[in-house]
Design a protein around this ligand. Structure first.
Ligand SMILES: Nc1ncnc2c1ncn2[C@@H]1O[C@H](COP(=O)(O)OP(=O)(O)OP(=O)(O)O)[C@@H](O)[C@H]1O
Ligand SMILES: O=C(CO)[C@H](O)[C@H](O)COP(=O)(O)O
Length: 398
């Protein structure tokens, strides 16, 4: 059978800065096949086990807890996540032993001035290069290193690219991981952080007013200015997510200002390698107040709920927590009543939560559900790897 060679070829790009390389795909390069069957040339560098890069998508608006979630996720896999060594100090990438997290802001095709001139926001697809995003995520998934551009949030400019080598787990986080159907297809698992407007406002005030010195009016104006594009391009992605973490004001206190949270973990049924978590009895509808002798609760208490629902036409299971923990060490009591949480030992969720007690949301359902989703992703990764190891063995038996 004739097998064609693969060539790296130049294509037009807005950002053609990198020189053609034999060892990885630059962002102005493409795989080119001259025949029906394509085989990658040996000069293209691949990871040792190049068919095992698992791709995870995390979507949310800016300031909605993506970085916090990523810190919890990388901690589950062990090892600290650091920016690329010796690289651009304004890189948005975080690398640990097992994971590489890239921020999709790096695929902005218009810089801050360009957006201003054209009158578009960063949320608008016109300000982003989805062709490049697709080509590069696909390459990394196939074990090929890429030169990814960097969007510099300090200067508002697009900086020279950085090399991204294929990791075991490749997380693409940002505004649009599920917007483009081709990129969506590459995801092994996807998560959407759905923060209600009231809570988003409270978090923005906390960060941008207290930590960055912005005025209340400017925060309100920025949320308002982004809203039409958020509704048009970001929010609709939640229908594609395998898991959604929905963050709402509490129902335990009337008119609370977003301090006490009601958090819902919406888990799609029928996703390969993902078995939704359940409380007490799978498929039942449960309401549970764990407060009492085994769990200390001050006002307004804690309420859990679990049950089947429909979400954008999909069958889902929903686990809900309203309220906040007084004592994190007592979380073990709640953990012991949850099933399918994919822990490796009894109390692993509680251990993770205690380890990062200083992260935002550690006393409520945001931290709890982010930790659980992190464990589910580890489990998904291990199952995918096991299935790929088993596949060639099965083939040799046949
Ligand atoms: N679970 C939470 N509970 C309370 N506050 C939170 C929570 N998660 C995030 N925040 C608040 O929101 C702010 C932004 O969080 P984070 O940096 O994780 O979001 P982000 O989506 O990565 O933001 P950006 O895209 O703008 O960098 C934090 O500084 C904190 O004030
Ligand atoms: O929505 C965003 C995602 O982080 C940012 O606003 C977007 O990336 C533009 O960044 P900047 O405001 O730094 O120019």
């Amino acid at each position: 059978m004739a097998v064609s060679t693969v060539y790296t070829v130049q294509i037009q790009s807005l950002n053609s800065i990198s020189t053609p390389s034999k060892s990885h795909l630059g962002f102005n390069q493409l795989l080119y096949s001259s025949g029906k069957k394509t085989r990658r040339a040996t000069h293209i560098s691949c990871s040792a086990d190049n068919d095992k890069t698992v791709v995870i998508g995390l979507a949310a608006d800016s300031g909605c807890g993506k970085s916090t979630f990523m810190r919890r996720l990388t901690s589950v896999f062990g090892g600290a996540a650091e920016p690329p060594k010796g690289g651009n100090p304004d890189s948005n990438t975080l690398i640990s032993d097992m994971t590489t997290v890239i921020c999709l802001d790096d695929y902005h095709s218009l810089d801050r001035n360009g957006r201003k001139e054209k009158g578009v926001t960063a949320l608008d697809p016109k300000a982003n290069d989805f062709d490049l995003m697709y080509e590069q995520v696909k390459a990394v998934k196939e074990g090929i290193a890429v030169d990814k551009p960097i969007y510099n949030h300090v200067t508002g400019l697009i900086d020279p690219p950085e090399l991204i080598k294929p990791p075991k787990i490749f997380v693409i986080e940002g505004l649009h991981p599920m917007y483009d159907a081709r990129v969506r297809e590459l995801l092994d698992f996807s998560i959407y952080l759905d923060i209600s407007p009231e809570v988003k406002f409270a978090w923005k005030i906390q960060r941008d007013m207290a930590e960055r010195g912005h005025s209340l009016e400017s925060i309100k104006a920025s949320i308002e200015a982004r809203k039409p594009d958020f509704d048009a391009y970001i929010d609709p992605q939640k229908q594609y997510a395998d898991a959604v973490i929905e963050v709402l004001p509490t129902q335990l206190i009337p008119d609370d200002e977003g301090k006490v949270l009601r958090v819902r973990l919406i888990m799609k049924e029928g996703v390969k390698y993902f078995n939704p978590v359940y409380l007490f009895d799978e498929g039942s509808t449960i309401s549970w107040v764990p407060c009492g002798r085994k769990l200390t609760c001050s006002y307004p208490g804690i309420k859990f709920a679990y049950g089947p629902e429909t979400y954008f036409g999909h069958e889902v299971s929903v686990l809900e927590m309203d309220g906040q923990f007084d004592r994190l060490d007592e979380l073990i009591y709640v953990e012991s009543h949850l099933s399918n949480i994919s822990t490796k030992f009894y109390g692993e969720v509680t251990q993770q939560m205690l380890k990062h007690a200083d992260f935002p949301g550690s006393n409520n359902g945001t931290g709890l559900f982010q930790t659980i989703v992190g464990l589910k992703i580890r489990d998904l990764y291990e199952q995918i790897v096991a299935s790929k190891v088993a596949a060639p063995l099965e083939a040799t038996k046949a």
